[in-house]
Design a protein around this ligand. Structure first.
Ligand code: PMP
Length: 404
């Protein structure tokens, strides 16, 4: 049968990450590929007990349809958490929308803001899931280099100026940025750049979409104010998720935005799924009421810190003799970004596969397809010994590649 798929469907490609991770389950492999948190950090007993409770006692809510905006009990808890985490005041329930993970929030942002051919300013490298959500809207990317302290703001302004000159500024809809420990680079946007980004957004009248799934997972240094602290809901749409601080399986994402934007996203969400799952919304609400999520995540953060250090030490040990080899040393999150000069990490992948070590080639995070000499290495799942062994194998794979 030759199905007549839509133009959009014909453009869809399977995610490189998903394809590559198939290899990672071979016996004896060390995988730095997956970006998922360590399941041992999920509070499963507490959640199991609460799940029984909310199903038995609150079945009229948890087994029923919910409103599209989300569970009011959860929104109440989220407003408390937003005050604690970001010191954001003055937010009302109307400023919040609960989504099915922040991935759905990215899709909805695309649906309510982007027409085909509109522009989005994104980083190089950039979070793959955001790129695919915006690609689904046929958006065009204005790409800026992600430097050691966040997006290159000169490039941001150059893009905005050019758009203005060409009378296309109104088609530049937003600047997307993962402000803390970016996926994939681990880079945090500096305080200075956060402020300047808001100034630029105001000067050229564009929005900023700040995506912050990792901010709470800081294991070193002082927390920085969010971009929303500088730009407010007028200028910034803030996305967050419980995937990394509680568990991804509940699929609870959060949008904080101006009420007009939330309203449009609610309408768009109605056409997608009517509402987020009542059961996991209420379960999360009761969890937040009973336990301190910021406390319960602390041992996990400490574990990630130690694993990150192990990875950095191993990289130093193995790659210090490789001229110009570089890696980021993140202050939090789940990823180290390693760059090997003159290497195409997609090409190197087959050598890594033979050595049974896996990473995600940087090419996956390029807004437009092009080779990359970088790779994303996640340190959260492998054990300490696997991290050391994996980096040793990576060096071998690198040498195989260079010699071939
Ligand atoms: N944004 C970023 C930057 C991410 O890294 C992820 C998860 N990998 C998401 C959004 C989506 O997370 P979720 O849908 O689980 O909330």
């Amino acid at each position: 049968m030759e199905y007549r798929f839509s133009m959009l469907a014909n453009k869809l490609k399977s995610s490189m990450i998903r394809e590559l991770l198939k290899y990672a389950s071979v016996p004896g492999a060390v995988s730095f590929g997956g970006g998922t948190p360590d399941p041992e950090t999920f509070p499963r007993h507490e959640l199991a007990e609460l799940a029984r409770e909310v199903i038995e006692k609150e079945y009229k809510y948890t087994l029923q349809y919910a409103t599209t905006e989300g569970d009011p009990e959860l929104i109440k808890q989220i407003l408390i958490l937003l005050k604690r985490v970001y010191n954001l005041d003055g937010l009302l329930p109307e400023n919040v929308l609960i989504t099915v993970g922040s991935q759905q929030a990215l899709e909805l942002v695309g649906k309510v803001l982007l027409d085909p051919g509109d522009y989005v300013i994104v980083g190089d490298p950039e979070y793959l899931g955001a790129l695919s959500a915006f690609r689904m809207r046929d958006a065009r990317f204005l790409v800026v280099k992600f430097e050691k302290d966040g997006p290159d703001l000169n490039q941001v302004e150059d893009h905005l100026k050019r758009a203005q000159r060409e009378n296309e500024l109104s088609r530049v809809k937003f600047i997307y940025v993962v402000s803390n420990f970016q996926n994939p680079s681990g880079i945090t946007t500096s305080l200075e750049k956060r402020k300047n980004l808001v100034e630029l957004a105001e000067k050229y009248n564009v929005l900023i979409v700040e995506d912050d799934p990792y901010g709470v997972l800081r294991f070193r240094g002082e927390q920085l104010p969010s971009i929303m602290n500088f730009g407010g809901t007028d200028r910034v749409i803030l996305l967050n998720t419980f995937s990394k601080i509680l568990c991804p399986g509940l699929r609870i994402g959060v949008v904080v935005a101006d009420r007009q934007i939330v309203r449009k996203m609610v309408l768009a969400k109605q056409g997608t799924d009517l509402c987020s799952p009542s059961l996991t919304m209420r379960l999360t609400a009761r969890y937040l009421e009973r336990y301190d999520v910021l406390e319960q995540i602390k041992p996990a953060i400490e574990l990630y810190r130690k694993k990150k250090e192990t990875m950095i030490e191993a990289l130093k040990e193995e790659f210090s003799d490789v001229t110009d080899a570089q890696w980021t040393d993140p202050d939090g999150g789940l990823f180290v970004w390693t760059t090997l000069p003159d290497v195409d990490t997609m090409e190197m992948f087959k050598y890594a596969e033979q050595r049974k070590v896996f990473y995600i080639p940087g090419e996956a995070f390029k807004p437009y397809e092009e080779p990359s000499s970088s790779m994303r290495m996640s340190f959260c799942l492998p054990s300490f010994e696997q991290i050391r062994e994996g980096v040793r194998r990576l060096k071998q794979a690198y040498l195989d590649y260079i010699e071939a």
